[in-house]
Write a protein that binds this ligand. Structure first.
Ligand SMILES: Cc1cc2nc3c(=O)[nH]c(=O)nc-3n(C[C@H](O)[C@H](O)[C@H](O)COP(=O)(O)OP(=O)(O)OC[C@H]3O[C@@H](n4cnc5c(N)ncnc54)[C@H](O)[C@@H]3O)c2cc1C
Length: 381
């Protein structure tokens, strides 16, 4: 395996790092307190091409492979989760389906605007009765002439209120279970489309999550994404690739937690010396570093396998599981190192601790990842 990054990718990495440090970190309190991504950050991300990392160059994107996407994801993860979640859901689960299985017509119609961030993407699979049991969908799509008519409600959809183009899964043949689900590209302007309840969440401020309601929503026949009744397989492929990107964002967040913890522990004096001089603190820092590096190594190994066209169902699941659990352990240790200050909103640690929690739930819970890993192991044995 060769994870050495090219000079071109190194330049992108450094540009994103500078953007995060100079533009994103100083706006942390705006995102947190006002629950919005400032327009200048969206503009900055546009200039860097961050809305098109995974979109091929012929459609105006950066055309990065999965290792490249993870390099960008890691830097974004060092920023603010609400912002990286917005950009990550768009570039990952929001656009990758079009790149993977979209027709030339759909690619030409949507990808250039999505690469520029003029159109934002989302992924609408989950429903009230279809969470971990993701194929238990109630949303239906019935063909009428040159249109599909969608009815149903999705919930917990990242970027739901802002999204212009939603990769949406609906039942097209109820007699076939998971093999009777198709994927569609639904625009927020199509008749019968509306945004429902916007959730109030524990964290991820700035990144909005909502219901999406389809009431006789009219979708042109050509907006079928991939083949009819193959939408659930497409959804699983999108999610598997998304898991490597999410794991990269987790490693980036861990890196920031370590940097902040090292700095605080070197300055905070108790019993007449900086707390970092205590072995108990050093051991926490050492464990944070060890686990972060292990998560990062696993992430790049999986990304490399994606780029080789290898089957990554098990790798993606164990990478997502490990990286998200490491992120939560590292965040917990960071709060411990900060002591009471780690619990106060004036420190970023408190926010990062809350933001870490979602990663063990979305894009498949930790339990679901374990189910996938075990199922693959049993298949092999
Ligand atoms: C902030 C946020 C953003 C999201 N963004 C999106 C999005 O953009 N698009 C989208 O489609 N979805 C999205 N989701 C949905 C997310 O993927 C689901 O919430 C997740 O898959 C879990 O489903 P659930 O919430 O219904 O939990 P449930 O499936 O009800 O699970 C509840 C608990 O039971 C456990 N469990 C369930 N079944 C089993 C089993 N067989 N064995 C052992 N344990 C089990 C689960 O692991 C969990 O601990 C988002 C969710 C959140 C909270």
């Amino acid at each position: 395996m060769d994870f050495l990054i090219t000079d071109e990718l190194k330049a992108i990495q450094l540009a994103v790092r500078e953007f995060i440090e100079k533009e994103v970190h100083p706006r942390e309190s705006i995102i947190e307190e006002e629950d919005r991504i400032p327009e200048e950050l969206i503009e900055g991300a546009r200039k860097l091409g961050l809305f098109g990392v995974s979109i091929p160059e012929e459609y105006g994107g950066l055309g990065l492979n999965m290792v490249g996407k993870c390099v960008v994801g890691e830097e974004m993860g060092r920023g603010i989760a609400g912002f990286s979640g917005y950009q990550g859901a768009h570039t990952g689960i929001g656009t990758s389906g079009i790149v993977m299985v979209g027709s030339d017509y759909l690619k030409e119609k949507y990808l250039p605007d999505m690469a520029e961030g003029k159109k934002i993407g989302a992924f609408a699979l989950t429903e009230p009765d279809a969470g971990s049991d993701a194929s238990n969908l109630k949303t239906t799509a019935v063909k009428k002439g040159d249109r599909w008519i969608l009815n149903g409600t999705k919930h917990f959809i990242t970027n739901g209120p802002e999204a212009h183009v939603l990769t949406t899964m609906a039942v097209t043949d109820p007699s076939r279970g998971a093999r009777g689900i198709s994927a569609f590209l639904v625009e927020n302007t199509f008749p019968g489309f509306s945004v429902g309840k916007i959730e109030k969440k524990m964290g991820l401020r700035g990144n909005h999550t909502s219901e999406i309601i389809f009431e006789d929503c009219e979708v042109p026949a050509e907006n079928l994404l991939g083949k009819e009744n193959e939408g659930f397989i497409t959804a699983l492929r999108i999610l598997a690739n998304g898991r490597a990107g999410l794991a990269a964002r987790c490693s980036g967040a861990c890196r920031r937690l370590i940097e902040l913890s090292l700095d605080y522990a070197s300055k905070r004096v108790q019993f007449g010396k900086p707390i970092i001089e205590n072995q108990a603190i050093q051991w926490m820092l050492a464990d944070m570093e060890m686990e972060t590096q292990a998560a990062k190594a696993l992430t790049y190994q999986t990304a490399w396998k994606v780029d080789q066209g290898m089957n990554i169902i098990k790798d993606a699941a164990l990478t997502k599981l490990f990286a998200t659990e490491v992120y939560n352990r590292v965040a917990d240790k960071a709060v411990q190192i900060f002591g009471g200050m780690g619990y106060m909103k004036e420190m970023p640690i408190e926010r990062i601790f809350r933001d870490a929690r979602i990663t063990r739930l979305y894009e498949g819970t930790s339990e679901v990842q374990r189910m996938v890993i075990a199922a693959q192991m049993m298949k092999k044995s």
